[in-house]
Design a protein around this ligand. Sequence first.
Ligand SMILES: Cc1cc2nc3c(=O)[nH]c(=O)nc-3n(C[C@H](O)[C@H](O)[C@H](O)COP(=O)(O)OP(=O)(O)OC[C@H]3O[C@@H](n4cnc5c(N)ncnc54)[C@H](O)[C@@H]3O)c2cc1C
Length: 432
Amino acid sequence: MSAALFTDDFKAAPYWWETGAPADFSKTLLPSEADVVVVGAGYTGLNAALQTARAGLSTLVLDAEAAGWGCSTRNGGQVSTSVKPSLSTLQKRHGSTIARALLEEGQASLDYMHALVRDEQLDCDFRETGRFHGAHLPHLYDTMAAECETGHKVWNTGAYMVPKAEMDRELATDAYHGGMVFPHHCSIDVGKYHPALLNKVVKAGAIVKSHCPVVSLERLASGFRVLTKCGAMKAGKVILATNGYSGPLSPDHQRRIIPIGSYVIATEELDQALVDRLFPTDRILSDTRKLVYYYRLSPDRKRLLFGGRVSLNETDPAKSAIRLHQDMTALFPELKRARISHSWMGFVGYTFDTLAHCGEDKGLFHAMGYCGSGVGMASYLGMRMGRKAAGLETEPSAFEQITFPTRPLYTGNPWFLAPSVLVFRLRDRFGI
Ligand SMILES: Cc1cc2nc3c(=O)[nH]c(=O)nc-3n(C[C@H](O)[C@H](O)[C@H](O)COP(=O)(O)OP(=O)(O)OC[C@H]3O[C@@H](n4cnc5c(N)ncnc54)[C@H](O)[C@@H]3O)c2cc1C
């Protein structure tokens, strides 16, 4: 570890844990039964539990680790409409009606975040900052401009192009050939959102138990026998909210989720004049790379939080920090001397069709596969599955109406990851 690169108090842990560390509910007693058991205490699980508990169903939320230990306290705090494929791709795959419905629910997920934060009065610095999405190669600017004309104008998203000559109002870097602004995308304080939500779920009457891995789910004549490392119990319904940490508990889901590590560093506090010059806005930031860089200032505008995928195989956050720092300074040479105070990673849940999925199989509900874009979508689909489990929702989500694909011989170990990352790296370099 290069000492000059790291602060003396460097932590291989999320910056967000300074204010919102995952919560210890290990002392909670395991009840003998519950109407609904939610497996996973991230955004999906908590938003589901809020619905079922408020509907009067006895609700138990279980997590294998501390509550919030997964991606929901590790992410970049960027909130978009969360649907990756374009309208034309979706139309080809699913036809016009479902394609439109999927995109509409992407917007609904963002609208839900606004409503949730407002109605529940969650103190989490949720702000409509907009996103700047930079073109890292010239022809990708043209591709984006065409997409802006055909897709975004039609969808009325408000997205607009910023040519390279006008870039300085967005970002002080020569690394991009212009980009697109999505004015309605938002940022959130990850260190505050999860604890605030957890507090609401507990107040709604749900029981939360941490450090209690669920080992198996056995179907009974009515409901499930839930075997955990802390004992066994009965559940009327089960909601799987395990996303990138979906293990052998449900092999059917495990073989549909590709766990991929995503890595982030936080810099030490930076000189304020430098921050204001490099980042004249509060926008969240990303670019056209397949191995995307995503970054933003911390909510107090003192640090840069810089994320991406920098290694072929999963690696130690102290090692990924060095690579991320190199990549960050390639974009912003003036940050060369900025030391790293935090470095961390988490497993996002990718899918073979780059779409999220949710649904029900006789009392077993799931929502997962957000492909690294789940702050809004996990919250929304968690809410939808909670309402469905509580009998409050009869209309299926568009994400329930599409097949949740897998591949032959895939059981949950992404052996193809390193070669795929290599291919993406080459494609990013040569724009192919
Ligand atoms: C580094 C990083 C950056 C990201 N940045 C962004 C971003 O900027 N914007 C965005 O929209 N999305 C981002 N994401 C993705 C986003 O954080 C996730 O999509 C979202 O948090 C998923 O929430 P979840 O509740 O489904 O899963 P998680 O928060 O991962 O929770 C799953 C939980 O399930 C538990 N679990 C698993 N198996 C069991 C079991 N058998 N028994 C009990 N518990 C179990 C785990 O312990 C875990 O706590 C990022 C993710 C990472 C890792």
